[in-house]
Ligand binder design. Structure first.
Ligand code: SF4
Length: 353
């Protein structure tokens, strides 16, 4: 591209007129920006906004987040999914409170050393909070850069990622870093979209190689995705004589770690649902159960697989409750379930019960 500076100027002028009004853009508080960027990692902007306000009114400072229990943090995060984000945020807040004087660090090396902060999030914090010249290469920026420069190599390859970062670094050089990152993100989110980009409305059209070649939708090039596997899971609804239900807490380091659920889990390919449920309850709690009627089934999609979760009424028959393949267990009245963090699939079962 001949004149990067002129293209950036046009993009920034377009941004000044069309920018999205988002709550985390009114601040340079690095903690607020960090929270927003972690939330935005896997969740749409419109969904994040109410969670962002709720989270920050509950945990307004790094210290308040560090002092909270993981259970409180997961409860506040409930329904946003990808709970590892909340666990990492909590662990990192404790690290910052303990050894960084409660201040979110302002160097790439320190940020990248914290749990849950990768290259994109570190660059976003550095540019938005500290005005440092770090391009925040997310999916939107990657797509815009690939199209502007007609990059034909797969973006999954490390050398293509490096090339995109180098080009973005050249581009950010002539602009205010925060404005540049916001402008390219907004351009990717609203104009240079994955399907049907609005090239006639694009401030970079005159310089865009993909547009010149009529190959906008062919870029970026990605590796073909494998089909998403589907798995069956079971949940045992076990009541005591007073009507309380048995729930267990998932181990912190596993999928949905720290959240609560009904006993049960994945079914092996050679088992029936009932056999899988009996096996999992014995592994988790050391007790023998009788599986009775099927109560409900719900579907749910995670990033790398889909599940059908089948709930069965069960009776505790043998053994003594022990904490084995879980972190804790409790007998709880269903009306108190609102105080426990559950996953979305579990909440769907609770609603049906
Ligand atoms: S001209 Fe079209 S393909 Fe090129 S950057 Fe603009 S919207 Fe994207």
């Amino acid at each position: 591209m001949n004149d990067i500076g002129a293209v950036i100027e046009r993009i920034l002028a377009w941004f000044a007129e069309k920018k999205r009004d988002l709550p985390w853009r009114d601040t340079t508080n690095p903690y607020f920006i960090w929270v927003s960027e972690v939330m935005l990692q896997q969740t749409q902007v419109d969904t994040v906004i109410p969670f962002y306000h709720r989270f920050l009114s509950r945990f307004p400072t790094v210290e308040s987040l560090a002092e909270a229990s993981l259970q409180e943090v997961l409860k506040t995060w409930e329904n946003m999914g990808y709970y590892a984000r909340a666990r990492h945020l909590h662990t990192a807040a404790r690290e910052i409170a303990d050894s960084m004087d409660g201040k979110v660090p302002s160097t790439y090396e320190e940020l990248i050393g914290l749990p849950g902060i990768g290259s994109y999030t570190a660059s976003a914090i550095l540019s938005f909070a500290f005005g440092k010249r770090h391009p925040a290469v997310d999916g939107n920026m990657r797509r815009v850069v690939c199209r502007l420069f007609s990059i034909q190599d797969s973006v999954d390859q490390p050398r293509t990622k490096k090339k995109i970062l180098e080009l973005a670094t050249d581009m950010i050089f002539s602009a205010d870093p925060a404005c540049f990152n916001h402008a390219i993100m907004d351009l990717g989110a609203t104009v240079c979209t994955p399907r049907n980009p609005s090239c006639p409305a694009c401030p970079a059209q005159g310089a865009c190689l993909a547009f010149e070649q009529g190959n906008q939708e062919g870029l970026p090039v990605t590796r073909k995705k494998k089909p998403i596997p589907h798995k069956h899971m079971t949940a045992g609804i076990i009541a005591d004589e007073t009507g309380r239900l048995l729930i267990i807490q998932r181990p912190n380091k596993r999928l949905l770690g720290g959240l609560w659920k009904f006993p049960g889990g994945f079914k092996d390919s050679k088992e029936t649902l009932e056999q899988g449920l009996i096996r999992r309850v014995r592994e988790e709690l050391g007790i023998g159960i009788e599986v009775q009627e099927a109560l409900a089934s719900v579907e749910h999609a995670y990033t790398h697989f889909r599940i059908t979760l089948h709930a069965f009424q069960c009776q505790w028959r043998t053994g003594k409750l022990q904490v084995l393949d879980c972190q804790d267990y409790q007998w709880s009245n269903p009306k108190d379930f609102s105080s426990f963090p559950f996953s979305k699939a579990e909440r769907k079962i609770i609603a049906l019960l």
